[in-house]
Ligand binder design. Structure first.
Ligand code: NAD
Length: 370
């Protein structure tokens, strides 16, 4: 039996606990039916932690996150906390986690399921078979660079300033993640920047090119201007495997790619840190959606984004590729059978609750393991 892997689960607020409840059932299934076992602990984050401890992320919870092999996060926030002090708002719990764990590589896959091809705004033939991953640098660049601010000039006009800044170390560590991912995917990295008009773009291209030549010649590397990359994403998205981009371009490209697939309830994500001496990377996995207060507590939430985040955790933190594929295949087959939560309903499909979607996934896992 494989060694215990430790996972800290932070369900959070709104639909977070509901969707995480279904993932817990799948984790139990793995514990009972597969080689690997998990040492799972659960804690509060966001509004739930604020209610209990007066802070959206307690020091104890942060210490548990630091010690865990991986963190699985639900969602945080809700109207109840609109009047909380800014530094104690639920989202601050997530931001602090990302910062303290130094999670600099945000991974957003865009994967289409044949049964949901009609949910995309693009033609089915353009997105059929789509399976790409955007790796976005998430702790530097123009969102953090100094100087920044809005000033009033002597003539009375106002001027806004943001600064795009990257060091070679920041570029190479996120590029390493992209090359490593490509190695367990289809072996291709497209690096997107604007080297034609930006100094950081010139440096980005240079660092990525040299890193590729030094360590990753088994991976195919192509450079693409970020604006062209956006066009190619909606013209012929299946040409991509891994797209590597800075914070700003990655933000835009990943939202664009996400919508190729249709629903928010289907989108997983991960954020990774640097590997330590033993090769272990700090990592946090979470659905892209928020706490959906409009449907919370009604049994309407789609648990698949959270479940697919758990599949990413198995793949990228624990190298359990077969186990991750079991979940992805179960999702594919359940969707094919016409079982749908409200957000992904289609003509002729059966509308089910969060819990019944969980039942369907477990039945499918049983079938695959039989
Ligand atoms: P949201 O993602 O919570 O919801 C947007 C819409 O999508 C809603 O209509 C919701 O019902 C629907 N939806 C989202 N996830 C779904 C799911 N799994 N199944 C079915 N339908 C789903 O975004 P929002 O409404 O802008 O924000 C609500 C709260 O969540 C806010 O407090 C916001 O700050 C917070 N938020 C948190 C995170 C996070 O925890 N990472 C991310 C985004 C927003």
């Amino acid at each position: 039996m494989a060694a215990n892997k430790s996972i800290l689960i932070l369900p959070g607020d709104g639909i977070g606990p509901e969707v995480m409840g279904q993932v817990r059932r799948v984790i139990d299934w793995f514990d009972n039916r597969r080689e690997v076992t998990f040492n799972v602990t659960e804690d509060l984050v966001g509004g739930a932690a604020y209610d209990a401890h007066g802070t959206p992320l307690s020091d104890n919870t942060l210490a548990a996150a630091m010690a865990a092999d991986a963190v699985l996060f639900g969602s945080v926030g809700g109207p109840k906390y609109d009047d909380a002090p800014r530094n104690l708002r639920p989202e601050m719990g997530l931001l602090r986690l990302r910062k303290e764990l130094d999670l600099f590589a945000n991974l957003r896959p865009a994967l289409t399921f044949d049964a949901l091809l009609d949910a995309s705004s693009l033609k089915p033939e353009v997105i059929k078979g789509l399976d790409l991953m955007i790796v976005r640098e998430s702790t530097s660049g123009v969102y953090f660079g100094e100087p920044r601010g809005i000033e009033t000039l002597p003539d009375g006009h106002r001027r806004g300033v943001d600064t795009q800044v990257y060091t070679d170390t920041e570029i190479s560590r996120v590029a390493e993640v992209a090359f490593d991912l490509a190695r367990v995917r289809r072996g291709k990295v497209t690096s997107a920047e604007k080297a034609n008009v930006m100094e950081t773009g010139v440096l980005w291209r240079d660092v990525v090119t040299k890193l590729h030549a030094a360590k990753h010649t088994d991976i195919k590397l192509e450079h693409m201007y970020a604006d062209n990359c956006a066009m190619q994403l909606v013209r012929a998205p299946t040409q991509f495997d891994v797209i590597l981009a800075d914070n700003l371009f990655g933000d835009i490209l990943s939202d664009c790619a996400a919508m190729l697939t249709g629903s928010l309830g289907m989108l997983p994500s991960a954020t990774l840190g640097a590997p330590d001496e033993s090769g272990r990377r700090r990592a946090l996995y979470e659905p892209v959606h928020g706490s959906a207060p409009d449907i919370a507590g009604k049994g309407l939430a789609n648990p698949l984004a959270c479940l697919l985040s758990f599949a990413m955790l198995l793949r990228y933190s624990f190298d359990l590729h077969e186990d991750a594929a079991l979940i992805e295949e179960a999702v594919r087959n359940v969707l094919k059978s016409g079982v749908r939560t409200t957000d992904i309903m289609g003509p002729g499909a059966a509308r089910v609750s969060t819990n019944v979607m969980g039942d369907a996934i477990l039945r499918e896992l049983d079938k695959q393991a039989a």
